[in-house]
Design a protein around this ligand. Sequence first.
Ligand code: HXC
Length: 260
Amino acid sequence: RSYEYIEVSEPRPGVGQITLNRPKALNALCTPLITELNTALHTFQTTPTIAAIILTGSARAFAAGADIKEMAPLSFSTAYTTAFIESWSDLTTSLKKPLIAAVSGHALGGGCELALMADILYCTATANFGQPEIKLGTVPGAGGSQRLTRAVGKSRAMELILTGKSFSGVEAERWGVAARVFDSHEALMEGALQTAETIAGYSRVAVQAAKEVVNKSQDLGLRDGVEYERRVFHALFGSQDQKIGMRAFAEKKKAEWSHE
Ligand code: HXC
């Protein structure tokens, strides 16, 4: 399958990669690009051999935001009745496999929000994150006010969103937005590939459950979240891979997962 605004590859066994590829507009996220991204993610989700997914852009830009030229003439009624931007949520709700965002260069507005939707965010030191919507007379529209605030706390999120000032990859890592920061785009991609390969080496059942329980922490209170986790933990005693994993430990062998 060929795409216009993205590239899709399988760089390592079990690893799917989506590279945003609209260089003329610094990967601005026009609606057709988001449609292609959703299609590619859905394809990886339903491809049994793929176990972890990397989403990246170019060395210059992860994505410079939603497409300002597309949004400029939009009316309230059109945005409202077509549920403009709502399809972006598909990225997080229907994807069960882990998604790693590897961010170099600009990750602004919707680009920053897209990166924040990933399960793990890696970036370069010079990555340029921000929510500059205030400068355009609007506010973040793809979860930035919610996910950035959970990541960095209210005061810092308010400062970033009310001033539109950007922050670097070094700051992103220091504030916990990014899990790791790298010196170059090449080092970033190698780091993302290694993490994806590590994840792809585990039981698919356990990996999906691990992502599910961590995500619950974002929606549930502590008591309900811990109870939810325990239910899933109990459920995994019904998997073959729990037996395989614990038996392999006792026998000092490498686990050969059945993914069942
Ligand atoms: C449409 C964009 C774009 C965008 C860049 N381009 N960002 N087109 N939408 N978000 C286009 C430019 O118009 C230009 O096209 C080309 O990409 C190269 O950009 P330059 O500005 O010439 O590059 P540079 O001088 O290096 O500056 C890079 C930049 C700047 C700092 C990233 O492009 C910029 O400020 N972009 C807008 C960032 C932004 O405000 N993002 C938030 C959008 S609002 P031409 O044709 O002139 O060569 C948003 C709302 C989200 O995301 C809410 C819901 C999702």
